[in-house]
Design a protein around this ligand. Sequence first.
Ligand SMILES: [Fe+2]
Length: 292
Amino acid sequence: MPQLHLDHHPAVTSFFDTQSNTISYVVKDPASSACAVIDAVMNFDYPAGRLSFSCADEIIAHITREKLTLEWIIETHVHADHLSGAPYIQERLGGKIGIGEHIQTVQETFGKVFNEGTAFQRDGSQFDALFSDGDTYTVGGMPCFALHTPGHTPACMVHVMGDAAFAGDTLFMPDGGSARADFPGGDAGQLYDSIQRVLSLPDDVRLFVCHDYGPNGRAIAWETTVGEQRAANIHVGQGASREAFVKMRTERDAQLSMPGLIIPALQVNMRAGEVPRDADGNMMIKVPVNKL
Ligand SMILES: [Fe+2]
């Protein structure tokens, strides 16, 4: 585990996408105007095949209004439930798009599922930066690092920025438990091990989740702490065993249907948010039959 810098308290602004229940974040270095965006959303009306940008525009308006400098646009993983707004934001505000280096595994898997052929690079080169486990970087003067946390997907990473950690889809809020581990390349045992790494952070680290579904009718929420997760997470709290977790996760995942946007989301997100194009240059999404 790289050195923690809990004396840096970034301001975290959240943005909620009601279509996919995704929370995106703008994280501001307390000592400068530098900021990072985590898990930005591009809106997609799948029945109509139409893109729009209200979620990303909200983030852009916030960064512009606050006169921030965007240094990083980070994807915690290849999302299956929404399309990434990263390139749309980068085009307008700059910044480097980064993801975990194991994106290469994800590209290999879904390159086959979508029969992408040789034009589709599987080396992560669509992204500006690929993070390895423990890589450190900065947002302004704020020290940050990435932890490899596979299980939900092979390329998942948790990003720790000062005293704030962005959990991606490892943990949900304590009453939501954990993310599914049944997508191609997912593994419930690996997810348990990854979650233990997150839970080994100090109690008072602020933890921000990527999704919330308001279980049992409570209001949508996204901020908790490592201490709260260790004490009260319904899947991994109070020292739940690996064996019990894998059993619970496997049984639960067998009941879940595929996210509504998984087919377009994977094709776009494995390309760092670029929509694939056909031979004539038209943006075009495929539907592989009986492959997922
Ligand atoms: Fe996810």
